[in-house]
Design a protein around this ligand. Structure first.
Ligand SMILES: [Zn+2]
Length: 252
């Protein structure tokens, strides 16, 4: 029986392996120094709006943790949640796979309008009980007719988020319609926004999620009018984490 040496037993291979390990370590250290404060953050291009603006998601935390989604803005004239989304991007929660879409409606934000570039209210373009609406709540010609809605729909089906928080304005309340009450109430308690059980809206993203993904919770955080102060942003960040951790499967 011939004696064959394994590839890692010869001194030259060992030396090469060591050199390789050292080089990898040096590269990793160099990369770590160049990265911002959240080395776990990963940005994903989900797609583009009708006018070609990128719609991105940022994933932070633990990819094996509980999936949680936060959408900073769906109505283009309700932008306060974008600051909350940006603050969440700097976190690295060990227990959560936190996905953040700062702005699902960049065309609306650019134009300062509620609706997208086709004049559609994206929050009436989802499949659950979709019906044709005109005017300010223009639903689009059919469910998921809009790129931006399709992008969110696909992401949600892929992630199956245990908790999803959609930021809106200016009602100054937690719009709870069909999710787990204790998750919604945890957000209300920490954020200071009053908890309001309200009927589900036909064609809204939240109503679709709560019906399509049983056992999960989606709700709207309706912030007060105007931009959120840094103190308020910090409070909403804590509220997101409180809601996410109340809703984790381990604790249900
Ligand atoms: Zn809104």
């Amino acid at each position: 029986m011939s004696h064959r040496r394994g590839p890692w037993t010869t001194p030259s291979s060992l030396g090469r392996a060591l050199l390789f390990a050292l080089a990898a370590l040096a590269l990793a250290l160099g990369a770590a120094l160049l990265l911002p404060a959240t080395p776990s953050a990963r940005t994903v291009l989900l797609g583009r709006s009708w006018e070609g603006r990128p719609i991105r998601a940022v994933e932070v935390g633990n990819p094996a943790g509980t999936p949680v989604l936060v959408v900073g803005c769906i109505h283009g004239d309700e932008t306060a949640g974008i600051a909350v989304a940006r603050a969440l991007e700097r976190l690295s929660p060990r227990d959560l796979d936190l996905w953040i879409v700062p702005d699902l409606n960049p065309d609306g934000v650019a134009a300062g309008t509620r609706r997208n570039a086709h004049g559609v209210d994206l929050n009436r373009n989802f499949p659950w009980h979709w019906r044709s609406l005109d005017g300010v709540y223009e639903s689009g010609p059919r469910p998921l007719s809009e790129r931006e809605a399709r992008i969110a729909h696909a992401l949600i089906l892929r992630l199956h988020p245990y908790v999803t928080i959609w930021f809106h304005q200016h009602l100054d309340l937690v719009w709870a319609s069909g999710g787990k009450r204790r998750v919604e109430k945890a957000f209300a308690r920490v954020s200071g926004l009053p908890y309001h059980p309200l009927p589900p809206l036909a064609g809204s993203a939240i109503s679709w999620q709560n019906h399509a993904l049983p056992g999960t919770t989606a709700f709207a955080a309706e912030l007060p009018a105007g931009p959120a102060s840094p103190a308020r942003v910090a409070r909403y960040v804590r509220a997101v984490l409180a809601a996410a951790r109340t809703g984790t499967p381990r604790r249900s």
